[in-house]
Design a protein around this ligand. Sequence first.
Ligand code: PLP
Ligand code: ZN
Length: 385
Amino acid sequence: MNLLRCQSCGTTYPMDDPRWRCGCGGLLDLRFRARFDLEKIARRKPTMWRYREALPVGNDDAIVTFDEGMTPMIAVDLGPGGLHLKLEQLFTTGSYKDRGAAVLVSKAKELGIERVVEDSSGNAGCAIAAYAAKAGIRCEILVPESASPGKLAQILLYGAALERIPGSREDTAKAALAAAETSYYASHSWNPFFFHGTKTFAYEVWEQMGFRAPDALLLPAGNGTLLIGSFIGFRELQGAGRIDRIPRHIAVQAANCAPLLRMFRDGLDVVPAVESRETIAEGVAIAAPVRGKEILDIVRGTGGQVVAVDDAEVENALLLLGRKGLYVEPTSALPVAAYLKYPAVRAGVVVAPLTGHGLKANEKMLKIASKSGPADLPRSPGKER
Ligand SMILES: Cc1ncc(COP(=O)(O)O)c(C=O)c1O
Ligand SMILES: [Zn+2]
């Protein structure tokens, strides 16, 4: 236990080997024995570090934290039923990516790493840059030219070196892989420690539901950092005998860029080449998710599904959330749009995250908000009997 293991060739490495991929080029998973001591958990501060025995950082002094986590979870009536929304936009950098950054940067500090590089559509870059700033680690963030100005301002303010890469999101990923040859790749898609931060989402949902798992999760998915992390967390809870079954993991994609949907519908095990058109859900506009097969294994293995919503449906969900006092960025409205569109995803107790703050995307938000007047309420299907 406590090993890095290659998904392709099975080679293992010690957990503290400062590598982010296998010598063969394959993806690494972290095999880690998570323990849950309910008494200790209850006694600690309401942060994600209350699950200390489940987090793969050995040395307390290495922990880089803003006391993040334990975000509120509220029940919201959406018309056809109720959804539990976890307010992940309330993290210090404004998105759930702080979960991953907290563990990854703490690990980097523990390993004595002095420089990291990351590529991102914006939010993961903000999170890594903030935690690197707190840790005193030099940080370079590569973003596509289309990233929202609010996110760029954040990255710059945190003191990271920011590079805007022309072309697609995939061109940015390629440039980051090249930069990672000489730096530690603090990647939210490659680096396994990121997922051992996002897994705390599952622990908190479990605790906030009275130490029970919900029936289903609706998760926006591009690279799948929350979906994979959530699955790891619930699997660890199951392995520790704390829950009987893992909730259905339902991935929500943007219709304009939906490779995971194609995989699900066509029964594929490799990510197909898909056309990627622009979408207001910029956070999930990932045409070539490196962990695509892993995401599909989780969706299929938990009895979930992949669904997609278009920009108009996202806008409608965004307005509906706004009318309920919740201001989140467009990507975060995906699960709500999916909940309204697909009756099949509503069975049982369903939880969804609101992944990112609306203040990050003010320009887009203003355009959407201006289209509807105060009396022009968004569509929400009527209650079902
Ligand atoms: C606000 C927001 N929600 C959801 C996601 C989806 O995350 P992932 O691509 O890891 O599936 C992102 C990714 O950047 C995001 O920024
Ligand atoms: Zn390998």
